[in-house]
Write a protein that binds this ligand. Sequence first.
Ligand code: HEM
Length: 88
Amino acid sequence: GDVGAGEQVFSANCAACHAGGQNVIMPEKTLQKDALDQYLAGGRKEASVIMQVTNGKNAMPAFGGRLSDEDIANVASYVLDQADGDKW
Ligand code: HEM
């Protein structure tokens, strides 16, 4: 996916709960490398982020139907780029 386009999707749809890669609802479940390794279903990879964003999980809403598949793929690329590079 397109990391730059994904950053825009993130700002508009995710930052309310995940500003700076944090998590205001479940503080340990950040978007940082270690947390994705520990908590993300399927492990720290784009397909896993796409799955969680599409379907939601517990208090995180589902974005399937609200965002296009392309937007979801792009935001997953952005999240992984940030996490893998320790950019947040
Ligand atoms: C967890 C991404 C929007 C609330 C996560 C995780 C990812 C993620 C990758 C797993 C983190 C981990 O387990 O350490 C995104 C993206 C979003 C988005 C890309 C936008 C498209 C939101 C919004 C909210 C939210 C708007 C709040 C209303 C949560 C919560 C969890 C979570 C509560 C923990 C879920 C659980 O395991 O119980 N998010 N998120 N997220 N997110 Fe989001």
